[in-house]
Design a protein around this ligand. Sequence first.
Ligand SMILES: *Cc1c(COP(=O)(O)O)cnc(C)c1O
Length: 360
Amino acid sequence: MTQIAPQPGIMDIALYQGGQSQLAGHAEPLKLSSNENPFGPSPMAVTAATAELAAMHRYPSTDHQALRQAIGATYDVDPAQVICGVGSDEIIHFLCQAYAGPGDEVIHTEHGFAMYRISTLAAGATPIEVAETERCVDVDAILAAVTPATRLVFIANPANPTGTLLPMDEVTRLAAGLPESCILVLDGAYVEFAEGYDGGRALVAQYDNVVMTRTFSKLYGLGGLRVGWGYAPLPVIEVLNRIRGPFNLSAQALAGAEAALQDVDWVADCLRINAEERSRLCGGLRQLGLGCDESAANFVLARFASEAEALGADQHLKDQGIIVRHPRSYKLPDCLRITVGRPEDNSRVLAALTTFKETA
Ligand SMILES: *Cc1c(COP(=O)(O)O)cnc(C)c1O
């Protein structure tokens, strides 16, 4: 048996739990559990990816030049400093694989995204969890946890599942305070939803050890297509490209993502409605006596009085055909994370929580 044992650390990985998507007794449940775009995929992406299907006998581009150029134009970054991955999850994975191994430490925060720990353990390194303060990343706590063995620090900003945004001056203080031997990864899966925040792009230009990751899975509605990217100093890009599979992205995925960047009117509508509905949802939750931090993302975190109340509300929502996320594994057992849906979806959520509160 032990002759085929996996590398140390692998069996310490808890299997990733995705957002639930099915509900017994409900043919078409309202799925607000995975922060997907409630309006579906970018229509231009669907057209482009579909057109590419007929050429599926061809291998795709290996350098992703066209997509990197398009990303550069949209986000004002140097295409040479962009690497594309199978979702930004793959970029996180590359970073751990390339920079952390046995004996090394990788910092993530208390309520941080599950992939940081998974990719750290997969690389044989040791995940170090740092406390947050009131569901916000705490820069002083991170800096205090850094040791000579620290190789990577992961923060998502805006954060998932809390939705909180660390102000730019705090992000800058973190970048400035880390030793040069340690890479700061700014996971920007939700950056587009945060007004006035660009993901810390300027820090990547300023520091040799700051990397930003981004995705097409949330705003652009392409979670199923699997396209993400990283923006990093050139030496880091040259490292990551050595472990990237030469054909990691399909031609369909590349074409879809490139087209989504051109879908500017649709994207603007999605952003506008998300901002309006996010504040309506949060306001509605507060009116019901629930806690709700200001969210800078496309979801809100509802805080209940106890885990029992959160589970009761979760069940009540399910009874009405609505699936949200109970973030117990993120150490938020008294909360429910609710993706901002279409206006009618959010009205349904608020109506269901109102009857829950009335009958509880
Ligand atoms: C959704 C999400 C991602 C990325 O997902 P991909 O689909 O792999 O791009 C990354 N980080 C956080 C915090 C997320 O919530």
